[in-house]
Design a protein around this ligand. Structure first.
Ligand SMILES: Cc1cc2nc3c(=O)[nH]c(=O)nc-3n(C[C@H](O)[C@H](O)[C@H](O)COP(=O)(O)O)c2cc1C
Length: 202
């Protein structure tokens, strides 16, 4: 069984529909470690040693966040800057994350059509995430395709959000049960609830 940690980063949870539903569901997945970054570090005073210990204790690192200005909310960027230290995550002796996996669970305001060469966002979503993808690679980690809910502000709470949330818990369980198909996933740019590369449980 793989050990999974979810880092949840949303600075405005009172107004969140999609991420709050996903976060609530993720917390109920047995054996998962769930970290609400904005709740734990309201003053952004990240405890680097504690976070590094958390990373050492897990195999699959999930970052869950709403896309803010084509990137992560700022506290998650601060977390990366401080926690992924030279000699720990990369560089000489920095092999502590080698062999682990990084997964992004993202919601966007823009639609899937918007994130195309002819759409108003001009580029595919995945291209905005290259910094995180390359961070994973530099640290020797596998990067799974992001699990995405597009048009999150229009998503129906009884329909799209429920489907996405159910897919999310299925995904987290699949990582734990080691039935997520990383090889198949490599062929996908992103994942949605209806195209999860998961094998049957033996
Ligand atoms: C400060 C800010 C920046 C945002 N930047 C983007 C963006 O770059 N691209 C995008 O598609 N949506 C953007 N959005 C929309 C959010 O991604 C959207 O509100 C969120 O995914 C909805 O999820 P929630 O219901 O959990 O809050 C932005 C929203 C805010 C408040």
């Amino acid at each position: 069984m793989s050990r999974v940690i979810v880092y949840f980063a949303h600075p405005g949870q009172r107004h969140s529909r999609a991420n709050s539903a996903m976060g609530k569901a993720a917390k109920t997945v047995e054996s998962i470690t769930f970290v609400d970054l904005y709740a734990e570090y309201p003053r952004h005073d990240i405890d680097v040693e504690r976070e590094q210990r958390r990373l050492l204790d897990h195999d699959v690192i999930v970052f869950q966040f709403p896309l803010y200005w084509y990137s992560t909310p700022s506290l998650l960027k601060e977390w990366q800057d401080l926690v992924l230290q030279h000699g720990f995550a990369y560089g000489h002796g920095g092999d502590k994350l080698t062999g682990k996996s990084m997964v992004l669970a993202i919601t966007t305001g823009g639609s899937d059509e918007a994130y195309t060469a002819t759409g108003y966002q001009n580029f595919p979503l995945r291209s905005f995430l290259y910094p995180l993808e390359q961070t994973a690679r530099l640290c020797g980690m596998t990067f799974a395709p992001p699990y995405v809910l597009y048009s999150a502000l229009q998503a129906d709470e009884e329909g799209a959000i429920v489907n996405h949330t159910n897919g999310y818990t299925k995904l987290l369980n699949a990582f734990q049960d080691e039935i997520f198909d990383f090889a198949k996933a490599e062929q996908q740019a992103t994942m949605t609830f209806s195209d999860l590369p998961i094998r049957e449980k033996a």
